[in-house]
Ligand binder design. Structure first.
Ligand code: ZN
Length: 355
């Protein structure tokens, strides 16, 4: 039975002490990569990998996460949490003991103003870490991974299996479509996209309530702290993946939401934009580059005019992506992207390989 002397208000501690204060207590220094995001080396004893930038703190939400899978695995699969979870992980103690320590360190932390008063009616994002669609309560069964449509789109059986996609012939809104599972940051299934296999409209069908702008497709399969290729669509992602570039995510469109921006900056050191080579794609590239400039290392792939990444052969993609793939964009805030280098050779070579 709790008594007045051992009763601890976890919620008040969560809201009264900032991650910054806790990090300072441990002498942990992180880099400010965004007005609301700190990043750096993971200080947790559960961390064994060499990844240098896997530890992320979202200062406004007062949450932390480490995206090293071995580190999360050593903490029962938890990617991150709040101040109490952090101290418990650092000290290898219970939440109750962590709360006790925090109260001892800070002068009555529960009297302070809440760090981030939760807005009424807003779900607690602590579990999701970054804000996400809720996990689906079911999964589709009977997905045929070897449908001819996938071969037509150049998707190999291995890639189809890796992404869990295939033809769905059973009852429901996805009937007769290629279904593509979409996961949140934590790897939970949150939706299926249903691609029509003829020219039936809509080309893509999504479940009601699903918000594309809250996710980056394929983010949960990428390695954090490295360069990520950003494409528009699902098939772009899969084509780039099977060309040997597993660190690829899709916007599921050609706009970058604020949440998607935060996820990119929070997870990766470098972003390579590889949107479609048509006027809307070029325009979107400029817009997105403008948003990201100065916040992350940024470059733009020279996708040939009139093509998109899902139409390029693996050799064409590889030639585009190395050794001189892209036009570099300056790293300082407010600078306009540099003009494209001539790049004609690359473009011409890529054209011959198109399918
Ligand atoms: Zn870690």
């Amino acid at each position: 039975m709790p008594t007045s002397t051992n009763w601890i208000d976890f919620r008040a501690i969560r809201q009264g002490v900032t991650m910054k204060e806790i990090l300072a207590r441990y002498g942990v220094q992180l880099r400010q990569v965004h007005p609301e995001v700190l990043r750096g080396k993971c200080p947790l004893p559960s961390h064994s990998s060499k990844s240098a930038y896997s530890f992320i703190v979202q200062t406004r939400k007062n949450l932390w996460s480490c995206h090293s899978s071995s580190c999360a695995g050593a903490r029962n699969g938890r990617i991150g949490g709040n101040v109490l979870d952090f101290v418990a992980a650092m000290e290898n103690c219970s939440l109750r003991d962590a709360a006790g320590r925090i109260v001892g360190w800070f002068d009555n932390p529960i009297r302070k103003q809440p760090v981030a008063p939760p807005r009424v009616g807003q779900p607690d994002l602590a579990e999701e870490g970054q804000g996400s669609n809720p996990a689906l309560k079911f999964a589709l069964h009977g997905i045929e991974a070897t449908h001819p449509y996938l071969a037509v789109r150049g998707i190999t059986a291995e890639t189809a299996a890796a992404f869990g996609i295939g033809f769905y012939g059973h009852e429901g809104i996805m009937r007769g479509r290629i279904v593509i599972p979409i996961h949140n940051d934590a790897g939970e299934l949150v939706a299926y996209a249903g691609r029509s296999i003829d020219d039936t409209e809509p080309k893509y069908r999504f479940p009601k309530g699903f918000r594309k702008s809250m996710e980056l497709f394929n983010l949960h399969r990428t390695a954090p702290a490295r360069c990520v290729i950003v494409v528009e669509g699902f098939f772009d992602t899969m084509n780039v993946y099977q060309a040997g570039y597993p660190n690829v995510v899709a916007l599921m469109g050609s706009t970058l939401s604020e949440l998607q921006e935060r996820k990119l900056i929070g997870h990766f050191d470098e972003v390579l934009l590889m949107l479609d080579g048509d006027p809307p794609g070029r325009e979107a590239t400029e817009k997105i580059a403008g948003k990201l400039a100065g916040k992350v290392k940024l470059s733009v792939a020279s996708v040939p005019d009139g093509t998109q990444p899902d139409q390029l052969s693996a050799p064409a993609l590889r030639r585009m992506l190395r050794p001189e793939p892209v036009r570099r964009i300056t790293n300082s805030v407010g600078n306009r992207p540099a003009e494209s280098p001539p790049g004609e050779t690359i473009k011409n070579r890529a054209r011959q390989d198109e399918r």
